[in-house]
Design a protein around this ligand. Structure first.
Ligand code: HEC
Ligand code: HEC
Ligand code: HEC
Ligand code: HEC
Ligand code: HEC
Length: 187
């Protein structure tokens, strides 16, 4: 034991430095905000500013899943047609929308917010806890084009979970989970 301590004392710098740098590299890798600012083009330009801002349509009118489960959901074209059989029908983008609808084809919206498969997320507990959409998606109602606003990485999730270090009770379950445990967010 004392021999080990002596070795450690003698070589501590040589041991600690690489360990610290490895830790640092790991942290930078895990908290790289690589998705921030990501704003892919969509098949037709859909403006949240017009629909959620100017027209003040409720987010949940189109994203019906947020209170129920993991996914918020993207509305199908039938939802758009509630208005666009009449509204702006001479716009080429709306004509494209109507053609795909008439042909029974889906719109191929490009995913914007997309976690890797090893991460586990559900909207339901966050919405039930009272978090607003803006907390995680920014001021969508003023966005012409959707863009990833938060760092959207592990550090971002963990920071908020740390600020709420209490335990959560998953729905339909009576065992509590610790919000900062790896298994809470990883399969
Ligand atoms: C509650 C009614 C309503 C719903 C539902 C709705 N829109 Fe709109 N949309 C409007 C109105 C009103 C405008 C503004 C029209 C204008 O400025 O002339 C508009 C404008 C647009 C425009 C711009 C049209 C142009 O000038 O080129 C597009 C594209 C569009 N909507 C797509 C969609 C899509 C896609 C959906 C479904 C996901 C949808 N809208 C759902 C009412 C609606
Ligand atoms: C009229 C329907 C409609 C309304 C209202 C609406 N959205 Fe959307 N939303 C869409 C459509 C269609 C898309 C896919 C196209 C796109 O990404 O621009 C989308 C995409 C999104 C995305 C990105 C999805 C992804 O691929 O990661 C977020 C986040 C989002 N909406 C949040 C909101 C919020 C927050 C509100 C309320 C402030 C809202 N939406 C209101 C129709 C709507
Ligand atoms: C605690 C953070 C958080 C809150 C609050 C939140 N979201 Fe999300 N949202 C996410 C994350 C994380 C993803 C990516 C999920 C994935 O890739 O599995 C996402 C994805 C989405 C998507 C695209 C994929 C899907 O889930 O269908 C839409 C649309 C969306 N959110 C809309 C909303 C709306 C509308 C609200 C408010 C009612 C909201 N979100 C509130 C974190 C949040
Ligand atoms: C704005 C703060 C905030 C952000 C950002 C956030 N969370 Fe949460 N999350 C919470 C809180 C608080 C709870 C506990 C909710 C409850 O009381 O049930 C929670 C619960 C969860 C749960 C459910 C735990 C369970 O089994 O009940 C998962 C999974 C989760 N978060 C994953 C994530 C992931 C992954 C991210 C990042 C992509 C994220 N969260 C971002 C605050 C946040
Ligand atoms: C609050 C949720 C949350 C917790 C708790 C959490 N992670 Fe993560 N982790 C994530 C998310 C979300 C990602 C994906 C981030 C990205 O793609 O940038 C991630 C990414 C990772 C990666 C990087 C993989 C890659 O694709 O680059 C590793 C490794 C990792 N986590 C390990 C861990 C370990 C070990 C723990 C426990 C000490 C842990 N995580 C706890 C949410 C969490």
């Amino acid at each position: 034991m004392t021999a080990l301590l002596q070795v450690l004392r003698k070589h501590s710098i040589k041991l600690i430095l690489p360990l610290v740098s490895l830790g640092l590299i790991y942290w930078i890798w895990v908290s790289d905000p690589k998705y921030m600012g990501y704003a892919p083009d969509q098949p037709i330009p859909f403006s949240h500013q017009i629909h959620a801002g100017d027209l003040n349509i409720d987010c949940q009118f189109c994203h019906t899943g947020v209170e129920k489960g993991p996914q918020a959901g993207i509305p199908d074209t039938a939802t758009c047609m509630k208005c666009h059989t009449e509204v702006a029908s001479d716009s080429p983008n709306i004509q494209f929308l109507r053609q795909t609808y008439a042909a029974g084809q889906p719109m191929h919206w490009v995913k914007v917010y997309d976690l890797p498969d090893h991460a586990r997320f559900s909207h339901q507990p966050h919405i039930a806890r009272g978090f607003d959409c803006t907390e995680c998606h920014g001021d969508v109602a003023n966005m012409e084009k959707i863009e990833v606003v938060p760092a959207f990485n592990m550090g971002w999730c963990v920071n908020c979970h740390r600020e709420n270090t209490d335990q959560a009770v998953p729905p339909g379950n009576n065992t509590t989970v610790k919000l900062t445990e790896c298994g809470t967010c990883h399969f």
